[in-house]
Design a protein around this ligand. Sequence first.
Ligand code: AHG
Ligand code: MN
Ligand code: MN
Length: 299
Amino acid sequence: MVITLREYLDKTGAGEQLKDLIVLIARQAVPIREAFLHNQSYAKSFNASGEQQAALDEWSDRHITKVLEASGLVAELASEEQPDIVRFPGARAEYAVVMDPLDGSSLIQVNLAVGTIVGIYESGGVLQKGENLKAAMYMLYGPMTVLTLTVGEGVYIFALNEESEYILLSGLVQMPEGKLYGSGGLRTEWTDAHAFCIDTIEHDGAKLRYSGSFVADFHQILKYGGVYCYPALKEKKGGKLRLLFEAIPIGFIAAQAGGAISNGAGNLLGVQPSSVHQRTPLYVGSKGLIRRMEELLRE
Ligand code: AHG
Ligand code: MN
Ligand code: MN
């Protein structure tokens, strides 16, 4: 039996406005995918993290921001591609959205899988602990367009069909204990503790999988198990990935699938963010392996 995104949401405890917001955001995969063809280059601009923006980073950011403002459901938005928190004072609801409009930008020009990552808080703004999220989701633009979603009732994966309707692919997804791993940062930049960790799991048979797109690499870990790391580096204690737009929503999904996310010391979903573009070291994946890595990092 075919179950659409809306039919699934109607069976959850999510409120009407939250359901509308999720469906609205998920639907933006259609125009974003259409924009790939004419937005292949890099733009001249740099984002708040000091990274050169791809044309599609800018396009997706502008597009989703417009859609969220027009929805009247979102009071506050924080985007990787905008320097400051954006407020929509006219909104009739209090939802706060954090987003990475296009994750994996360096892969746009080589046509590998990239995605859009979104976290939704019910109220109280965007600077909140990940454990407070009401929903988290990502759209992955691969051979299929896939939506991975949680409203705090487990993780569900949908695929966009030819009628631009999301159809349930798999429900109550559980991340297995697996042996895939990938780590960002150059080996020469890794701390001794992180290098020791990677050596140890390699000796235990862990197999390397790393594309350069967090959302795609995480999707693989979600299905097969293992760990994705972007560690603290010798000269960059925060690593590279951003707490609000990348770590928190993906970590919430991982935890809902029975996995875990750590900043190396403890549960990253318990960390109170202090600024919008704050970075964090991260280890996300199978629960047993994350606990093991925390222990190895302490040794
Ligand atoms: P973004 O495209 O949103 O800037 O994110 C890129 C991130 C993430 O997707 C990926 O895992 C990581 O940066 C890759 O970084 P390295 O090139 O340092 O491996
Ligand atoms: Mn990103
Ligand atoms: Mn991005």
